[in-house]
Design a protein around this ligand. Structure first.
Ligand code: AKG
Length: 429
């Protein structure tokens, strides 16, 4: 018997032997899922190439990952950062540091970010109540439709998706960040709508959204300062407009191209606002809950992927499990109390024409403790066009966010493969 077959056999015998390993596991949604479906523990055994060789708590060289004190950038998050002149001297340095981290790593942690510790704590409590206190059938009231191209709601271990192998060891909850859309999910789960849950998700989403906009302002501000040329063009109607920036809706009527959204050139913040729409209403909050796993070295909570959106802001608890791929090597990201993890997403990689790069990451499980992470994904509006800001030598063909999302959910994301569909060849990555 080969190594893989042997290990699969271990799992199969766990599943069919005297029950699951720990009482916590036995009581969990996973046990219920496995008992009520055709899925089996062996379906969670990943191929040898994808299994984690770095354990969830094997931190090495993680002190190299940039940690940025955002304090000087967040005196008043409600004001748009209109120009570098609005920043203190220290703020200018921090902005430069952040842009460098975005360029060199596509990934960094921020402290003193402005999201209140109270709201993070309240959100953790509410998320744990959802995953740990609700019965499986209560969570299933908002079960995600595995075939949907805009997946929202609850999912457990890849059930309901077309996936049959390499299943993720995770329970997750995706909610729309727009308050009224999010509330509809709470009303489906709880008869009384759970006022506290709704309050906390709304506040968490609002605060995470504001911080992610500030980071976009900084990153795009730096990019725009470098890109003087090539940001205007003439429409078929003879009008000169700024183009190339995402967020401009173009409609063709006969020969005439009409640019509908105004980009006022104030900088990254204004452009990002056009792209993500009022109240960032297409953005998503996501809760990831990884139950203890009897064989963490054989599986993954989430396989290697880059986030498709513009930017991700993630809070992870202190257990550990997030890993990033830097120069082909996996590194465990040591949790820092109070910090938020920032990832560049594919849409920002395209918009910046590879100036900023999305980062491959994954989540590794452990056998002892459950782990919770909570993310905010800053997302373009469905009809926003994503294309490189720079007109000369664009590395990507334009696409709408809806198109990108749909092609992504139609297949299993593997690493950064989604971006390749839009890449203009003969450009080196
Ligand atoms: O839980 C984590 O640390 C990673 C989460 C993640 O990659 C995601 O939600 O896309």
């Amino acid at each position: 018997m080969g190594a893989l077959a042997q290990e699969s056999h271990v799992w199969a015998s766990i599943a069919t032997g005297n029950g699951f390993l720990s009482p916590a596991f036995n009581a969990g949604a996973f046990a219920a899922l496995l008992q009520s479906s055709t899925l089996n523990l062996k379906d969670y055994v990943w191929t040898e190439q994808e299994r984690p060789l770095v354990a969830y708590n094997q931190f090495e060289n993680d002190d190299l990952i940039p940690v940025i004190d955002m304090g000087p950038l967040v005196p008043c998050l409600d004001d748009a950062l209109q120009s570098p002149a609005a920043l203190s001297e220290r703020g200018v340095c921090v902005a430069a540091e952040m842009a460098r981290a975005g360029r060199e790593w596509g990934f960094f942690q921020v402290i003193n970010h402005g999201v209140s510790a109270d709201i993070i704590r309240d959100m953790e409590i509410q998320a744990r109540i959802f995953f740990e206190a609700l019965k499986p059938e209560e969570k299933r009231r908002i079960l995600r439709d595995g075939s949907a191209t805009k997946p929202m709601g609850y999912a457990c271990g890849g059930a309901g998706t077309p996936l049959k192998s390499d299943l993720p060891w995770i329970e997750s909850l995706h909610l729309p960040s727009a308050a009224e859309d999010m509330e509809a999910y709470a009303w489906k789960v709880w008869q009384d709508g759970n006022k506290e849950f709704r309050r906390v998700v709304k506040e968490f989403s609002r605060e995470m959204g504001k911080v992610s906009m500030r980071i976009m302002e900084v990153l795009m501000g730096e990019l725009l300062a470098r890109e003087e040329e090539g940001v205007t063009a003439r429409t078929a109607a003879g009008e000169t407009v700024e183009i190339g920036g995402i967020g401009q809706k173009r409609r063709r009527k006969g020969d005439e191209e009409k640019v509908e959204a105004k980009v006022d050139g104030r900088g990254g913040g204004a452009r990002t606002e056009v792209l993500v729409g009022e109240q960032r209403r297409n953005s998503v909050v996501r809760f990831n809950y990884y139950p203890p796993c009897p064989q963490p070295s054989l599986t993954l909570g989430l396989g290697a992927h880059s986030d498709p959106h513009l930017l991700t802001l993630l809070h992870q608890d202190l257990v550990g499990g997030l890993q990033i791929c830097k120069d082909g090597l996996w590194m465990a990201v040591r949790p820092m109390p109070g910090a938020l993890v920032v990832n560049i997403g594919d849409a920002l990689q395209v918009w910046s024409n590879d100036h900023y790069k999305s980062v491959e990451h994954r989540a590794v499980c452990n056998s002892l403790r459950s782990r919770l992470s909570m993310g905010f994904f800053l997302t373009p509006m469905d009809d926003a066009t994503i294309c490189p800001l720079k007109l000369s030598s664009p590395h990507y063909k334009p696409f709408t966010w809806k198109e990108y999302r749909e092609q992504m959910y139609a297949r299993r994301p593997r690493g950064k493969s989604n971006l390749l569909h839009y890449r203009i060849h003969d450009q080196t990555q």
